[in-house]
Write a protein that binds this ligand. Structure first.
Ligand SMILES: O=C(O)CCC(=O)C(=O)O
Length: 253
């Protein structure tokens, strides 16, 4: 499954269909359900940061995970580490970034029914590093459809510098949601995925997601990788970053 480097250069993203099997997706989902319940829907559990879904706050949920938005810092857990260290993935990432890589960020996104989407942004806005780009991978744990709030991307927008981001103006928006309002996103395309499909994208790519207007969960597991040696220039310690070296690519060839 070779990476589509041309599409990455041209559009800022590509999709690897059927990258992960059902058992991998199931194991991830089972683990985050355990973490959500142990944390009672918010806070820290075994170093993982569980964030509630603000738009669903106040409603009663039968199970803790139904009120969770995202869980950060998962990539050292067995259910998640094997995936990011999969030689097929290391090879794809290596051809985009080079042979020595770190995974510095991971998040599971539940996107429960009624959850709001994330507005237009570039992930690079959140990364204050001395190197660029970073690469994100977004694994569909469930299907991603127009109704359940799939991602939308702006092809070619990875050539843009990082735009100004303003706070998401919706009163119940989740913590940390920021929005680009100075760029025409009318040429955006939806990224419709089946479970196990993988979106690979550039950290400058403008993307957003819509609200989950369906009765089903739209779950995804997202990792972000950087070249080893990348330095974080922020003057604060990010509560969601955790720099973990990945096996060098030639260890697998
Ligand atoms: O999956 C989503 O709904 C939004 C995810 C996203 O935009 C991100 O993690 O940067």
């Amino acid at each position: 499954m070779p990476p589509d480097s041309d599409a990455f250069e041209r559009n800022g993203f590509f999709v690897l269909k059927g990258f992960a099997g059902a058992a991998t997706c199931r194991a991830m989902l089972d683990d985050v359900v355990r973490v959500s319940r142990a944390a009672k829907g918010a806070g820290l559990h075994e170093g993982c940061l569980v964030m509630p879904e603000n738009n669903l706050a106040g409603g009663s949920v039968a199970r803790a995970e139904e009120g969770v938005s995202k869980i950060f810092k998962l990539h050292r857990r067995p259910a998640f580490r094997g995936f990011i260290e999969d030689p097929r993935l290391l090879e794809a990432l290596g051809s985009l970034l080079g042979a020595k890589l770190d995974c510095f960020l991971s998040q599971f996104i539940f996107k429960n029914p009624g959850a709001w989407g994330q507005p237009w942004h570039q992930d690079a806005h959140y990364f204050h590093f001395d190197d660029s780009p970073q690469v994100g991978i977004w694994l569909a744990i469930t299907r991603a459809t127009l109704q359940n709030g799939c991602l939308h991307v702006m092809p070619g927008s990875h050539h843009e510098p990082v735009h100004e981001h303003v706070p998401d103006r919706r009163p119940s928006a989740n913590l940390g949601y920021m929005e680009i309002v100075d760029h025409d996103t009318s040429a955006a395309v939806p990224v419709l995925l089946d479970p196990g499909d993988l979106l690979v994208f550039h950290s400058h790519l403008m993307h957003s997601s819509t609200d989950n207007e369906s009765e089903e969960i739209r779950a995804a597991m997202v990792y972000h990788c950087a070249r080893s040696g990348t330095r974080d220039l922020a003057d604060y310690d990010s509560p969601v970053h955790d720099w973990m070296p990945l096996p060098p690519i030639d260890a697998h060839s």
